[in-house]
Design a protein around this ligand. Structure first.
Ligand code: LLP
Length: 447
């Protein structure tokens, strides 16, 4: 009763729960999370990194990146599997605290944290605030001073390494909002070094280490290794400048997953070994000791654990005239959600896989496009997928691997209530986040 499988009559079951039963009870659209799958992936990342880094003599902490999907239960699962929780706002911090994740096991990110967010983090005793600019360093120091505490901070640096997909690129000067560059204008000190030295000037701040996040949905570990090399070199440079050899290096998140049948995800054991061996070699080259490491996977833990259930409505064949080719027919299959519950296809051109899951079909397949119910043509759920030719109104349709950045980036476009998050485990389901109602939405409108 774990995982996803087909029942004898062709319907899909997740963790032993028939999706038709889920839909009868909770309706569609709905996000379904396989608790055991989430836990297995969380544990796999932790144990793979502990083993690989342990083998070269380094400690490692795994933070679950809550931005991918954070609910109170999800935060608890992460903690029970030995992960810490990375947050990127006061709201995410509130969820982690509600789940009774100890402050010391929480990190706070953000390129524009408010005073209120920083104070909340300090009051919760968070284990680390990742600072992102010189002004923020001043701000955290001032607020820590007001509270009479010493704030543990990491400095987020940009190494020029960007990854995502199959390749990585390295640029000298970055044109984006995050972090402080390790690259300096001619003769000047790099913004990263300046920030690290600035932190050391403040008695209200304790410098834990250096943080680097290079991208998301990364399938080639080379980018992690290239960035780690830059950060480890910076750590040595800082030690030469200041006499302080920082304890910790965070390599961020970004571990890629499979979205389509046939996609190959990053294997945590393989990538952990590659990175561990690489950083060990770099530290030897630099003649320095290994720091403690941390990583922040989000998507790789929760992405594959989630799917979205929809009900099919209008099915419409559309004849498409292809440039220079023969006309062809695409079957537009409309579902009862869309870009409000999964913005990724519209925002990034992200590809997903869909199947009819309430029954079996022996019909031929047709080229289909799954679209939502929103009032714009970019409202696409799955650009291209083969579906049975007898797909019809009332069919249940599931889209796979929607656990990460689906619910967390959902909106109320066209006043659609956001779908519930349902957890399934051992043949039973429960509601983690209930469906929004029209009253929830109208309740915000003051007339
Ligand atoms: N740590 C930091 C500092 C991050 O900025 C992120 C993601 C992560 C960890 C987790 O990355 P992951 O392991 O999930 O790739 N909305 C986009 C992804 C944005 C990621 C932003 N930062 C998407 O849906 O593809």
């Amino acid at each position: 009763s774990t995982g996803v499988g087909r029942l004898p009559d062709g319907a899909l079951a997740v963790a032993g729960v028939d999706v038709r039963d889920l839909v009868a009870e909770h309706g569609t659209p709905a996000y379904v999370l396989d608790e055991a799958d989430f836990r297995t992936r969380a544990r796999a990342y932790r144990t793979a990194f502990e083993a690989a880094f342990g083998a070269v003599g380094a400690g490692v902490d795994v933070y679950y990146a809550g931005k991918a999907l954070l609910t109170v239960a999800v935060a608890r699962w992460a903690r029970e599997e030995g992960l810490r929780v990375d947050t990127a706002s006061s709201g995410e911090l509130a969820v982690a605290l509600r789940a009774e994740v100890p402050g010391a096991e929480i990190g706070l990110h953000g390129n524009n944290k408010s005073d209120a967010e920083i104070l909340r983090a300090l009051d919760a005793g968070v284990g680390r605030i990742i600072v992102d600019s010189l002004v923020e360093i001043e701000r955290v120091a001032r607020l820590a001073g007001e509270r009479g505490v010493v704030a543990p901070v990491m400095v987020r640096v940009t190494t020029g390494v960007h990854a995502g997909g199959h390749e990585y690129i390295a640029t000298a000067h970055e044109d984006q909002k995050f972090g402080l560059s390790v690259n300096a204008a001619d003769g000047a000190e790099s913004p990263a070094m300046a920030a690290l030295l600035e932190v050391l000037e403040h008695p209200e701040l304790r410098l834990l280490g250096i943080h680097s996040h290079i991208g998301s949905q990364i399938l080639d570990p080379d980018g992690f290794e290239a960035a780690a090399r830059v950060v480890l070199r910076l750590r040595v440079d800082l030690s030469e400048r200041s006499g302080v050899l920082v304890d910790e290096v965070d390599l961020g998140g970004g571990y890629g997953i499979a979205y389509l049948p046939g996609d190959v995800a990053l294997d945590p054991e393989r990538v952990a070994k590659d990175i561990a061996q690489s950083v060990s070699g770099v530290c030897q080259e630099l003649g320095t000791s290994l720091p403690r490491f941390s990583i922040e996977p989000g998507r790789a833990i929760v992405g594959p654990a989630g799917l979205t259930l929809y009900t099919v409505g209008t099915v419409k064949p559309v004849t498409v005239s292809a440039d220079g080719g023969a006309d062809f027919t695409r079957t537009y299959v409309s579902v009862d959600g869309g870009m409000s519950d999964n913005i990724r296809p519209a925002l990034y051109g992200a590809a997903y896989h869909a199947e009819i899951v309430g029954r079996s079909s022996s019909a031929e397949t047709v080229l289909a496009r799954v679209v939502g119910k929103h009032c714009e043509s970019g409202d696409i759920v799955v650009h291209e997928v083969q579906l049975p030719a007898d797909v019809r109104a009332g069919d249940l349709l599931a889209v796979a691997a929607t656990g990460a950045y689906g619910r967390s980036m959902a909106s109320n476009y066209n006043m659609l209530p956001r779908p519930p998050v349902l957890a399934v485990a051992d043949g039973a389901s429960r509601v983690l986040v209930r469906r929004e109602t029209e009253d929830d939405l109208l309740g915000l409108d003051q007339g």
